[in-house]
Design a protein around this ligand. Structure first.
Ligand code: SAH
Ligand code: SF4
Ligand code: F3S
Length: 440
């Protein structure tokens, strides 16, 4: 049996794709190893969303050169979004690289590897003509035994001006509903309690570019699945967040009270140039509707600073929106040019130094808000899905609330996958601490 080592960068969709790669290769006599020095095959599943993400691929490849010179039989392959974007150029740039496979060529990996091995040819396959086929998944190929991600759609048609995803993941494509239902049923039957539905823009599931009733219908059909306890989805685009979808919160009992809704910027001029197709006012209105429907809702978001042409007054509007909404948590980034995304050609680039300053000001503001949101949970009882013994070990266990907050608490004996009641005593910057109910 041969050994494969897989490194994964980027988003949850890439994490899921790496699980699929491991599953596909296991049917071809490969076993996963955590140690690259032992591997016969090393695969890197890459991300190109920001310049820093792309650089990680090149620095990892640099470190692997030594292994290849020690073991000429070793095959090194690069997949994911950098592979899709660079194709042949990657082979030219990295002379010891054997294989480049695009984001839609995962299913063909065993054949590609065989060609490289038997014919000694270097290959770059980045065609996007077919969708990826996700198989009925076995829990053993999953990174957690009680939580699983299920990809429901691929690609994106939105072309936000800063974003490379439509180019590297291709046009939007939704998986047939029947397949998704089957996969979730099978996961639930294997003991999975929580499912996260994945897509770049899940709200337009089944009807690209629009707020499709198909997504709401999918949620409604997932709700009665026996054994499934929690349902989440990511990512939503604010423009496609329909009243029908907002109405699912609080109505579907398994749908958790958390939404990740990236806003990107607070100034309408910037949002328009980003091609986001909503205004600050529309975003605020949707948050208001969500909170009206479900007051305990946790809201997280993505934002970037230093989009071309962003002035101090625009940035102030971003800070202002953050204060007004009070997100539970925020992923914040410095804008970076991504060719061929439109904004890479926009004038009035903001200097790196200024982007850094804006980002640290924004992050300081959010740190205070997150802490206040966590402290706001003190004195409440929360249902917590037990994920395991915490990193600290000993009697400390860890789990998550329905609002996706990490909770630590002490217990002598517990079972992973159980939902227990925890009284929240203290909120910290990144987690909550509580006491287990004596009835648990
Ligand atoms: N599909 C999701 C986001 C995918 S990318 C959505 O539509 O919101 C994740 C985050 O990376 C984005 O929300 C954005 O904040 C950030 N991002 C994307 N392109 C970027 C770029 N060129 N520079 C900096 N941040 C970027
Ligand atoms: Fe990128 Fe916009 Fe598509 Fe999200 S919706 S993946 S930010 S183009
Ligand atoms: Fe990165 Fe590709 Fe995901 S660019 S964020 S790995 S879709």
């Amino acid at each position: 049996m041969k050994q494969v080592h897989i490194s994964t960068f980027g988003c949850q969709m890439n994490d899921r794709d790496s699980e699929l790669i491991a599953q596909i290769l296991s049917a071809h006599d490969y076993r996963l190893t955590q140690r690259p020095e032992e591997a016969d095959l090393i695969l890197i599943n890459t991300c190109s969303i920001r310049q820093k993400a792309e650089e990680k691929t090149y620095s990892l490849l640099g470190r692997l050169k030594r292994l290849k010179s020690r073991n000429p039989e070793l095959i090194i392959g690069v997949g994911g979004c950098v592979a899709q974007q660079e194709g042949d150029r990657l082979l030219e740039r990295i002379p010891y690289l054997d294989l480049v496979f695009g984001t839609r060529r995962i299913n063909e990996l065993p054949d590609l590897i065989q060609t490289v091995r038997q014919q000694g040819r270097r290959l770059a396959e980045v065609g996007m003509d077919r969708p990826v086929r996700y198989r009925p998944s076995e829990r053993s190929f999953r990174s957690s035994s009680i939580k699983a991600s299920v990809t429901i759609m691929h690609g994106c048609n939105n072309y936000c001006a800063y974003c490379v995803v439509p180019y590297v993941r291709g046009p939007e494509w939704s998986r047939p509903e029947r397949e998704i239902l089957e996969e979730v049923r099978s996961l639930a039957a294997q003991g999975v309690k929580e499912v996260l539905l994945l897509g770049q823009n899940v709200n337009s599931y089944g009807s690209p570019g629009r707020d499709g009733p198909a997504f709401v219908a999918l949620l409604e059909k997932l709700e009665p699945i026996e054994g499934l306890e929690r349902l989440r989805f990511t990512t939503s685009h604010p423009k496609d967040l329909s009243p029908a979808l907002i109405g699912c919160f609080g109505r579907l009992s398994k749908l958790c009270e958390h939404i990740h809704l990236p806003f990107q910027a607070g100034a309408n001029t910037i949002l328009a140039r980003m091609n986001r197709r909503y205004t600050r006012e529309m975003f605020l209105e949707r948050i208001r509707a969500l909170r009206e429907r479900c007051p305990e809702m946790a809201i997280t978001s993505d934002v970037m600073v230093g989009f071309p042409g962003e002035k101090t007054v625009d940035f102030e509007q971003t800070l202002d929106l953050i204060r007004e909404i009070g997100f539970d948590d925020l992923f914040s980034f410095r804008y970076s040019d991504r060719h061929p995304a439109q904004a890479s050609g926009f004038p009035d680039k903001v200097p790196e130094e200024e982007k850094r300053r804006r980002l640290s000001e924004l992050q300081a503001l959010q740190r205070g808000i997150t802490l206040a949101r966590h402290r706001g949970q003190e004195g409440t009882w929360q249902p917590v899905l037990v994920e395991g013994i915490s990193k600290k070990g000993g009697r400390e266990w860890t789990g998550r609330t329905r609002t996706n907050k990490v909770v630590h608490f002490n217990a002598d004996q517990l079972e992973v996958g159980l939902t227990v009641a925890v009284y929240i005593e203290k909120g910290y910057a990144h987690s909550l601490r509580g006491t287990l109910s004596p009835q648990s």
